[in-house]
Design a protein around this ligand. Structure first.
Ligand code: FE2
Length: 458
């Protein structure tokens, strides 16, 4: 459906409150004429990407949503006219690497395009890390993401570096940005928990410093046995420090890389499924269907979370193939159909592994729709949920911290689109981003002026 071009409205009370109705209650902020997205149920068959929700208003005060309904009476210090566009819960970036972000080409470009050349380049680049360097790049990336409507971020931080420079920088930044964006940090042993003698102690030190999540990379350990051992050790640490887990798991084309079953079994036996996440799991796309079917049964029992990173997976995986060439993205559609919680991450933005990237989660969902062949109406909606509600579930953001209900924290985004199909077709920009009831960012869409030739013979 064609949408009227959005143009920002006067937003201070002194400049005009043409949208206020009568005396009524007083609010800090009202969004009028929005279409609220209900993402409460995105199971197969339950939501259509072409549904256009009814127009409504949403009023906020004291950082929370105070009222929702059409033509709300009252006035506010600030009024934003959504002009019939979607109002969505904020995007959740469930998997990013802020320590290496925006370093593409430093000290050299990744010529092979492989994961392993990327790890080598990052090994050289991190020799010159400083806290100022990390904080400046990470802040720029967070602002880029927030401008697209991202208000929750989980970032992995390499804790294989002996001085933990990046971790100290990001722990400081986490406090700095807390008023406007929620940042979780994962202690990630990029070079392997047992890749160097000090790495295990460094990871535990990171947890003592307050890192939110335990990370791992079992497929990169020196041996299969080291990989299995690392998973058990990391679950022990998660229990000891009461933290969730998020593994880089089987990020490889090798169909014999089967650490996902070990992660799922540990989660099941320790009753930690909902606090455990398997990121990437690209080898799952290379398993034969006999093993994959057996594995799916275990995953249903364990109820762990999954994060796919389609932009990066389609780029890094399959590099050793001729043709047919594997897509290298985990079985997103089948996991979703099985009722498991799947979210999508950007993973990298302009770093040694991926020289591109906008920070817009709609680019990620758009790629997933293509690579995972999720083009059905419910499937498109499901991919949108994977960069919003499902990500919130993975990050443990629950209760009144997420969702467009009265009493919840007033975090939301107004998109330049009236349906999810339109949002994903155009990767519709966030025309207004509201963080804890405060209008954090507004963006005006570009407008095209036509000068079609008239009366000109071809
Ligand atoms: Fe990653």
């Amino acid at each position: 459906m064609a949408n009227q071009p959005y143009s920002p409205q006067p937003d201070s009370e002194s400049e005009g409150t043409s949208n206020s109705l009568g005396d009524g209650p007083s609010y800090d902020l009202i969004i009028r004429n929005g279409r609220l997205l209900d993402l409460s149920d995105t199971k197969p068959g339950n939501q259509c990407c072409d549904t256009q929700p009814e127009l409504t208003d949403i009023a906020m005060g004291d950082r929370r949503i105070l009222a929702i309904g059409p033509n709300l009476p009252g006035h506010a210090k600030q009024t934003i006219d959504a002009q019939g566009n979607l109002v969505s819960p904020p995007f959740v970036e469930s998997h990013i690497h802020l320590d290496s972000i925006l370093t593409a080409g430093e000290p050299r470009w990744n010529q092979s395009g492989t994961l392993f050349e990327g790890i080598e380049i990052w090994g050289d680049r991190k020799q010159s890390l400083s806290q100022a360097d990390v904080k400046a790049r990470a802040l720029a990336a967070l602002k880029l993401q927030a401008s697209h409507g991202v208000l929750h971020v989980r970032s992995h931080v390499d804790v294989s570096e002996p001085k933990l420079i990046a971790l100290h920088a990001l722990l400081e930044l986490q406090e700095d940005v807390r008023p406007w964006i929620d940042l979780q940090l994962v202690a990630f042993p990029q070079d392997g928990l047992y890749g160097a003698p000090q790495n295990s102690d460094l990871l535990e030190e990171a947890l003592k410093l307050g890192t939110d999540v335990v990370g791992g990379i079992p497929h990169y350990e020196l041996t299969r046995e080291d990989g299995v051992s690392s998973i058990h050790r990391l679950f022990d640490l998660a229990e000891k420090y009461d933290r969730p887990l998020d593994f880089h798991c089987d990020e490889i084309d090798d169909p014999q890389s089967r650490f996902l079953e070990v992660v799922a079994a540990c989660a099941l036996r320790r009753e930690m499924g909902h606090r455990t996440t398997a990121s990437h799991t690209t080898a799952f796309a290379s398993y034969d269907n006999g093993y994959a079917t057996k594995l799916m049964g275990l995953l249903r029992r364990a109820q762990i979370n999954f994060i796919a990173n389609p932009l990066i997976n389609i780029t890094l995986q399959g590099r050793g193939d001729s043709y047919p060439k594997r897509r290298g993205v985990t079985r997103v559609k089948e996991l979703w159909q099985a009722g498991l919680n799947v979210s999508l991450g950007h993973d990298c933005i302009q770093d040694p592994w991926y020289g591109l990237g906008s920070g817009n989660p709609l680019d990620v969902a758009h790629m997933a729709i293509h690579v995972c062949q999720m083009t059905g109406q419910e499937e498109i909606s499901a991919c949108y949920a994977m960069v919003t509600r499902n990500g919130a579930q993975t990050l443990g953001i629950q209760g009144q911290k997420y969702g467009l209900q009265i009493g919840n924290l007033a975090n939301l985004v107004v998109l330049n689109a009236t349906t999810l199909r339109e949002a994903l077709s155009q990767r519709g920009m966030a025309i207004a981003v509201i963080s804890q009831g405060h209008c954090l960012a507004q963006t005006s869409p570009p407008q095209t002026e036509w000068q079609l030739p008239a009366n000109r013979t071809p």
